[in-house]
Design a protein around this ligand. Sequence first.
Ligand code: FES
Length: 304
Amino acid sequence: MARSAFSRSSKNWKNQPLALSILRLWLGVTWVYAGWNKATDSGFLNAASSHYIGTQLTGYLGHSPISFLLRKMIEHATLVGWFVMLSEFAIGLAVLSGVAISLAAIGGAGMSAMLWLSSSWSVKPYFLGSDTAYLVLWIVLLVLLLQKPRVGKGKGSKGGSIIQEVIPDLTNRREVVRLVGVGVVAIAAAFAGGALKPKIAVPTSGSAIAKLSDVPLGSTYSFTATDGTPAILFRTKAGVFAYSAVCTHQGCVVAYSPSSHLIQCPCHGAAYDPNQGAAVVAGPAPAPLAKINVAISGANIIQI
Ligand code: FES
């Protein structure tokens, strides 16, 4: 009997074409790996790190057509980071297990589209960035999932509406248990990754922030202050000085812009002059950035 490539009643690995198995395996494993990669990255949710989700989003602002949306996301960057990581785990697990797989395919397509419009929008030509390829793979998976059987229609075929195909049947206890199972495993994987990631050392007063040789004259260095907040260190001919990287407006993480020579906030446009005690020179910030006392001690730079 001819059958659809992947009907609602065959959400397992046996009754599907080889091509669909390859597609599910690749997308499922890749999405779980992407989640694991973030869960085990000490910097992904650490505002003092260059890998921090907020720092990554800030880097996309200059070229993304959805920068207005990214600014909103930066305001809640850590929450966005958790959402992205858990979504990647959940989507990957759903695709591998066959639970709410159409919904997972829509989620995967949405994430790939967002990544294309933010991180790889500036990649030219477009085919050098992988996000467009993933977007197409997710759409192909969704189309295959929603294909109706061509033969046997109306004879035992469930053939419901597209919405019925996509939305999990929450009146079915077994389906609900499987959905909860995917969610629980996703959360457990995120915490397992968090337990395995190397801890970032927070300096105590007097301990080295960086080797002097790692911060050349005229450069900046991001570090975590003794109170755990992100901070920016400057080294000039006059010596070293540092400021908290937490914006005094609503707490977004600021970054130094070498082109403007100012410390800028990606959220609402505040700008601070590092050579004037981090005084506010633009935007809604009510006060300068907090100063952090640092000094050169032998071959190191320390917080005092
Ligand atoms: S948080 Fe609003 S300008 Fe920085």
